[in-house]
Design a protein around this ligand. Structure first.
Ligand code: FES
Length: 116
């Protein structure tokens, strides 16, 4: 796992999600109040972009057909048995960091927002 800075906290407005692409993979980062969450940005139903979904009550509702995904666990509401991959997200004082599993060939330097 590698910790990567993906931007400023203020770049993700409260109650919204943002898509972040790192090394060819796209993640969805959400903010609900003071809490931050990160999921794979792909709904297991038909690939909908979860970062564009509606955030509320600890879940995101997929913008395509309305499946509800728990932001903390990645589980789909209604016990459908499917799950979205959850990524560890760390809240710094100013920046957001994701812990991502990178393929060996993609271990190059990443130009992060914090300059570290
Ligand atoms: S693609 Fe997400 S509910 Fe259909």
């Amino acid at each position: 796992m590698r910790r990567v800075c993906i931007g400023r906290i203020e770049d993700v407005p409260d109650g919204e999600g943002r898509a972040v692409t790192l090394y060819g993979r796209t993640y969805a980062v959400f903010r609900e109040g003071d809490r931050l969450f990160a999921l794979e940005n792909r709904c297991p139903h038909a690939g909908g972009p979860l970062a564009d979904g509606f955030v509320g009550g600890g879940s995101v509702t997929c913008p395509l057909h309305g499946w509800k995904v728990d932001l903390r666990t990645g589980k789909i509401a209604g016990g459908l048995g499917e799950q979205v991959r959850v990524m560890p997200v760390i809240r710094g004082e100013e920046f957001i960091y994701l812990e991502v599993d990178l393929p060996y060939e993609n271990q190059q330097t990443y130009d992060c927002a914090c300059g570290k």
